[in-house]
Design a protein. Sequence first.
Length: 158
Amino acid sequence: MAKHKKKTSEPTSQPEDSKEEIVENKPEETPETESNEPSVIPPTEPTTNLAEKSEKDRKLNKLFWLRVSLAIIAGTTATFIFEDIEGEERRWASIAFMIIIFAGTIVIAKGMKLQLPSSDRKKIVTQGIGSYIFLYLFTWIVTYTLVHAGSASNGINL
């Protein structure tokens, strides 16, 4: 519903008087709960200087590239390590190998002494996890395909 502004003048008894109606403007008072002064809210996060942030970003960047390079190396290595294992067991052994290598990068990250705020503690685990998984699997599949390309009995031989 629309709210209408209340008239502050007295009602007129004759129609001619309404044309010359004088409305007094009274300043509206603000309720006691509202204040016209801007409130100062203290920052919730501690301020860090530029050097600390740069150091943290440099270490997180180093962790990312460590995981990317280890994914490529481990994916290639998995092709040759699990050559003797056949079938479904080869797949599970390779996935377990991938998880073990990733856990090793978590230990390395903790050894880097990253000074992260409590809200960013999970960055040690999540930094580059997607790239690590997909590069590991991509490298493993491509190297396995290239190694076994000539021994394929059906399909297109190059």
